[in-house]
Design a protein around this ligand. Structure first.
Ligand code: 5GP
Ligand code: MN
Length: 324
């Protein structure tokens, strides 16, 4: 192995705050430890994550294909963060599978199914950032600093919906307390992530809630949708619909929410649930997806209209579970 060893860190397509936050936290940690590190993403990610320290080092497979192929090809180590199946890495899938590097998985999704030499998977962890933070402390406590803490905090904050879900034990708040000791700007991170939208995104949210939301009280369920036509009308950019799926869960009596977004070649669906109803089982069974019990995703090759109708038609099968 060359010195310094080359490390590629990658994550799932459509990376979210936990994916980018964890990737950059590990990027800074391993760089400080003396490795040559390349963070790689399969696709674009929302502008409200571009402020993060180290963002300029991220190689996007869509934009820097040759460079990504070359760093993966020559990597000694490959770190997979925040996903449980290689098909979550879209076009990078084959490239990663063919790599001879030693592979490490750090993840918190259910049922990991990836060939790696080292697997750190804990579906009870609130976020990959949380799992990674404690691993970094165990590896070398002296390396963590304010930059790493800021990245890790962003992952933790976004994957728990600002500490409102995915929290099973005290370690989440223990982690916040430790991160604050590094002097992170907690309010600043919040503002940069959540108060950073365009006017058209706010209007799009209003439109979706007002015009497309359907509520099914009998099934404690609601859906919202977004067509390609409406995306054009509201100058949609990646990240604009992030968290739309959560809004219907604020309606009293709604335990299950789905958000259907029409894409050029498919319909992407996000599912969120409260309590015992497993969005993960539902997504796996009907929409070729998965994720966590209360937050999952999937997709459909039907038209937007047909996919939504399939969803409506399925609800009666779950009437009992949805109302538990
Ligand atoms: P989101 O709705 O925010 O896109 O995703 C919610 C959760 O479900 C995330 O943890 C994500 O990794 C997972 N997820 C989203 N889409 C898919 C998918 O198509 N397949 C699988 N297996 N998981 C997904
Ligand atoms: Mn995550």
């Amino acid at each position: 192995m060359r010195t310094p060893a080359r490390v590629v860190i990658t994550t799932h397509q459509g990376p979210d705050g936990d994916a980018i936050g964890s990737m950059l936290a590990l990027y800074w940690f391993l760089t400080k430890a003396g490795y040559e590190v390349f963070p790689v993403v399969p696709s674009d990610y929302p502008a409200f994550l571009h402020w993060m320290p180290g963002n300029e080092h991220i190689l996007n497979y869509i934009r820097h294909k040759e460079r990504v192929l070359s760093v993966v090809e020559s990597a000694d180590w490959l770190f997979y963060l925040d996903f449980n199946h290689l098909n979550r890495t879209a076009g990078l899938n084959q490239v990663l599978a063919a790599s001879k590097a030693r592979k490490v998985l750090i993840d918190h999704h259910l049922a990991p199914d990836i060939e790696v030499e080292y697997e750190f998977s804990d579906p009870l962890a609130s976020s990959t950032a949380c799992l990674l933070f404690y691993m970094m402390l165990a590896w070398e406590p002296s390396l963590t600093d304010a930059t790493i803490a800021t990245c890790a905090y962003t992952g933790l904050m976004t994957d728990t919906g600002c500490f409102s879900y995915n929290i099973r034990g005290p370690e989440t708040f223990d982690m916040v307390s430790r991160l604050m000791q590094y002097g992170i700007d907690r309010d600043g991170v919040y503002r940069k992530v959540y108060d950073n939208f365009s006017e058209s995104r706010m209007r799009l949210l209003g439109y979706c809630l007002n015009e497309t939301m359907e509520v099914f009280p009998k099934y404690a369920t609601a859906l919202i949708s977004l067509s390609l036509e409406d995306q054009k009308k509201y100058s949609f950019v990646v990240g604009d619909s992030e968290s739309f799926v959560n809004y219907p869960l604020s309606i009293a009596g709604v335990n299950f929410s789905a958000f259907f977004q029409e894409k050029e070649d498919r319909v992407k669906i996000s599912f969120r649930s409260r309590g015992a109803f497993s969005a993960n089982d539902f997504a796996r069974a009907h929409f070729d997806g998965g994720g966590h019990r209360n937050a999952s995703g999937g997709e459909s090759r039907l038209s937007l209209k047909e996919a939504m109708q399939q969803f409506r038609d399925l609800l009666h099968l779950y009437e009992y579970e949805l109302n538990k």
